[in-house]
Design a protein around this ligand. Structure first.
Ligand code: SF4
Length: 453
């Protein structure tokens, strides 16, 4: 265990509250350190996760098959209708295409797939190799769009050109090209777009129901259970509600600038933040007191229902220690509050894409001794989990094996999960999953590394 050391070039991205008592100046929003085996995904993956849930669009990965395989069915985003998004098409570039260019292959693939599936739009993702060989995908998209009469949108997401966050930006740029192209007729005064909500295990449906019960019209969800026509008319909404702010604040800002639509950041995880997400929207529409009244009724009813269930788990979980490593730092805020409501202590809080403000906020929220980290790697995460004697790691698919190898519980809070963790009902699911993993009898057969039983 003594061998788990932090690389010299990574030390500025790690901060321990109280130990590093000087000025808080964590290094973040930079490219990953070579050789550190970052947990971060590439630019292409960043754009793919944002756009993937648009269910009636064609998604073509222009590049070698590995990029498509890496991101195939990447989100557990469910659709209430078409499921075209779940088919991962690729131009499968080979050596000869790299030498002579892949534009013709892309053109032929697009024509064939549009004829076969009649999508409402098509997203064409550039991968690393396209950045190297210089295919003009804009020209191909323009040509096909004119021929077929649907939006064909280039997504400039060459994997090597930045961080996962740059992929989010590329996705927002692509979406912005269709926002504003549909009719806003019939959209009411109390209307919103739910943004940065990807309908994992049906979460967008849960959230949508709350807002509709408050008398608010949901014009579009972007992008969970997303439809191209809804996105096209989403500039008619009165307010944008942005969760997962790292991925979609850029789009909200562009819509604010172009269409004057204000936006607010929310989170749907945990009782506190879920309630706030309803109250904040109700406050925005304060000229209609019935909306606030309805929000209060929902919170009263839902909390009354779930609170006794949560308290059943609290006795067992109280005093247990959790390590959090998630994609966006904003989610970590909600998780810290949710864990504290069942008496758990957070000993590590980190993210792939946080900024300085996010980490400063985490520092304020966390207890003394908590490690705060940006763009971590398996060695660091293992080191922190062992040193801090965490009982649980919350993360995504890449963190799961780390937890199991160390013999501690794990909770998937990323886009692969199949259980809704958002909304009031999601809080019960979350606490139940944490309980089942931390208290599982399996740990007697796979004891934790580092000595503590
Ligand atoms: S775009 Fe580049 S970094 Fe991303 S999966 Fe493809 S080859 Fe790998």
């Amino acid at each position: 265990m003594d061998k788990l050391e932090i690389l010299e070039g990574r030390k500025q991205s790690v901060f321990e509250k109280n130990k590093d008592a000087g000025a808080f100046d964590i290094s973040c929003e930079t490219t990953s350190l070579s050789g550190s085996v970052s947990q971060r995904a590439c630019v292409f993956c960043g754009s793919r996760v944002v756009l993937y849930p648009v269910a009636d669009a064609l998604h073509i990965v222009h590049g070698p098959i590995g990029c498509a395989a890496y991101t195939w069915d990447i989100r557990g985003s469910v659709s209430s209708g078409p499921e075209l998004h779940r088919l991962s098409f690729s131009t499968d570039l080979q050596e000869m295409d790299v030498i002579y260019g892949g534009e013709k292959k892309l053109y032929k693939s697009l024509i064939e797939l549009i004829d076969q599936y009649t999508p409402k739009a098509a997203f064409i993702y550039s991968t690393c190799i396209i950045g190297l060989i210089g295919d003009d995908i804009d020209a191909v998209c323009k040509k096909v769009s004119e021929e077929k009469g649907i939006p064909v949108l280039p997504v400039h997401s060459e994997g090597f050109k930045g961080t996962k966050k740059d992929g989010y930006k590329a996705a927002c740029d692509a979406l912005m090209k269709i926002v504003g192209t549909g009719s806003t007729e019939g959209i009411g005064k109390y209307s919103i777009n739910i943004m940065g909500e990807f309908n994992l295990a049906g979460e967008a449906w849960i959230i949508r129901k709350y807002y509709e019960e408050m008398g608010i019209e949901v014009v579009s969800t972007q992008t969970g259970d997303g439809r191209v026509d809804d996105i096209r008319r989403s500039h008619g909404a009165a307010l944008n509600i942005v969760q997962c702010s790292g991925s979609m604040v850029k789009l909200a800002k562009m819509m604010e600038e172009k269409y004057g639509i204000p936006y607010m950041r929310v989170s749907y995880f945990g009782i506190e933040d879920m309630s706030k997400a309803l109250y904040d929207v109700a406050n925005h529409f304060s000229d209609n007191p019935a909306i606030m009244e309805a929000a209060k009724n929902i919170v009263r009813r839902e909390v009354g229902e779930i609170y006794p269930q949560i308290m059943k788990y609290r006795a067992a979980l109280s005093g247990k220690k959790a390590a959090i490593y998630v994609g966006g730092a904003f989610k970590a805020f909600s998780l810290i509050k949710a864990l504290s409501s069942v008496g758990m202590d957070v000993v590590l809080a980190g993210s792939q894409t946080g900024n300085k403000d996010d980490y400063a906020g985490l520092k304020e929220m966390c207890d003394e001794g908590t490690v705060i980290v940006d763009d971590s790697n398996p060695v660091e995460l293992s080191k922190f989990v062992l040193e801090k004697q965490a009982d649980l790691l919350i993360g995504g698919v890449k963190e799961r094996p780390i937890a199991y190898k160390l013999g501690i519980g794990f909770c998937d809070h990323n886009h692969e999960r199949k259980i809704p963790l958002a909304g009031f009902v999601g809080m019960v699911n979350f606490v139940k999953e944490v309980y089942q993993s931390v208290m599982s009898p399996v740990w007697q057969f796979a004891p934790r590394k580092g000595g503590k039983l």
